[in-house]
Ligand binder design. Structure first.
Ligand SMILES: Cc1cc2nc3c(=O)[nH]c(=O)nc-3n(C[C@H](O)[C@H](O)[C@H](O)COP(=O)(O)OP(=O)(O)OC[C@H]3O[C@@H](n4cnc5c(N)ncnc54)[C@H](O)[C@@H]3O)c2cc1C
Length: 181
């Protein structure tokens, strides 16, 4: 990552909320209040960017609770609980490095929660519904009207994707930008 980011054509700013600086209206993309002509690949939530004008996209989020425990707590890194327990998954990262022994362990419990728009939580899992699909279509219509704006990734696409699909999505977004410019 560091080697890629060290390229002279790449600059990086973190801790900046793009939604405070970008806007897409009437097919025009603006950055800091001025029309912006270069390509923008946007990996945030379209509803937040567009100030929820068509409503909030429904999401589920998670509360992560990590506890110290004896090693090993469970036989594998991730155990799913599709039963009546209040948590859906436990994760013990020590198993990512097989063959190691530890004096103690840390286990993270994942508790599902409803996501409230504009809260300080992360929107994690889109809730599949007709209403959600319709709202997303309205935002995408506005987004597509700006020729240099490319929503991408799990938030931009309003869908759950695994890491391999996220990498493919990034490559597809890059291809679209390269083909158009
Ligand atoms: C809880 C959870 C568990 C998962 N577990 C697995 C797993 O076990 N295996 C697997 O393969 N995949 C897993 N995934 C999926 C994987 O994490 C995603 O597919 C991948 O991270 C998607 O990459 P992305 O770049 O689209 O989105 P993200 O990784 O979410 O990246 C989006 C980036 O955009 C930034 N951003 C968003 N809005 C703004 C804004 N307004 N201003 C500035 N920056 C902004 C964010 O800070 C973030 O850096 C999991 C996902 C979740 C949510």
């Amino acid at each position: 990552m560091e080697n890629m980011l060290a390229h002279p054509n790449i600059s990086l700013e973190t801790g900046v909320d793009a939604d405070a600086r970008l806007s897409v209206e009437g097919g025009v993309l603006s950055f800091d209040g001025e029309r912006f002509e270069d390509a923008v690949i946007y990996t945030g939530s379209l509803d937040k960017l567009m100030r929820y004008k068509y409503g909030a996209l429904p999401y589920r989020t998670l509360d992560f609770v990590t506890k110290k425990t004896a090693w090993p707590f469970q036989p594998v890194a991730v155990v799913n609980y599709p039963d009546s327990r209040p948590y859906t998954r436990t994760m013990e990262s020590g198993h990512f490095y097989p063959g190691n022994d530890y004096n103690f362990s840390r286990v993270t419990y994942e508790y599902p929660l409803a996501y409230e728009p504009d809260s300080d939580r992360e929107p994690y899992y889109p809730i599949p519904s007709e209403r959600g699909a319709e709202i997303y279509k309205l935002y995408m219509n506005d987004a597509s009207a700006a020729r240099n704006f490319y929503p991408a990734g799990r938030l931009g696409g309003y869908r759950y994707i695994n890491m391999d699909a996220a990498v493919l999505d990034g490559l597809a977004a890059a291809e679209k930008v390269i083909c158009k410019n």
